[in-house]
Write a protein that binds this ligand. Sequence first.
Ligand code: ZN
Length: 218
Amino acid sequence: MKRSRRRTLAISVLPDGTVEVTAPVGAAIEKIREKVEKRAGWITRQRRSFAALSARRPPRRYCAGATHRYLGRQYRLKVTAGDEQSVKLKGAFLCVISRTGSEKSVAALLAGWMRERAREQFGRRLAKWYEWCNKQGRPNPRLRLLAMPKRWGSAHKDGWVALNPELVRAPSHCIDYVIAHELCHLKHPQHDKAFFVELDRLCPKWKTLKARLESMEL
Ligand SMILES: [Zn+2]
């Protein structure tokens, strides 16, 4: 449970089934419990639909022929044995040279490569906002790569923007949407009206991009 300056209670179910409750700072615990219990039916339905969604999604494979997305495009894995371990994009293929060729080693090599690409892509996209930050009298945002199981990003008012390296699998417009969302948080910590007014201004197509990101298998 989170406490915030908001005046009403908010309940949300996260994709992993966790129930997140945001309550006003002074709200009594009994009152909160009562309200959550009232929404029990809805919570169960939300959890069920998330569970069905993840059951349909098979785990990622790291053997030859498996597909992986990078910037929204799908690539097929090609695995070769070799001492000079590397990952390279060649046409429609992600070519991995691995010492053992095991799925575990390919997964580790690919994760390292995705992280490097994420740093490069996110850094470049974030830099486009330096001028905006300047105009707002704010320091340039600093990037932090952070593997978060349930979210794409988070922002801290001192200028840190944390982005999930997995996001580099998404189309570039969706990455830009997540960055715009986090930058709005540098000014507006809550998802309040002012936050969405700003987001509409910074990323007018955010609703479409958000839906696209949510519906994609990454
Ligand atoms: Zn947010």
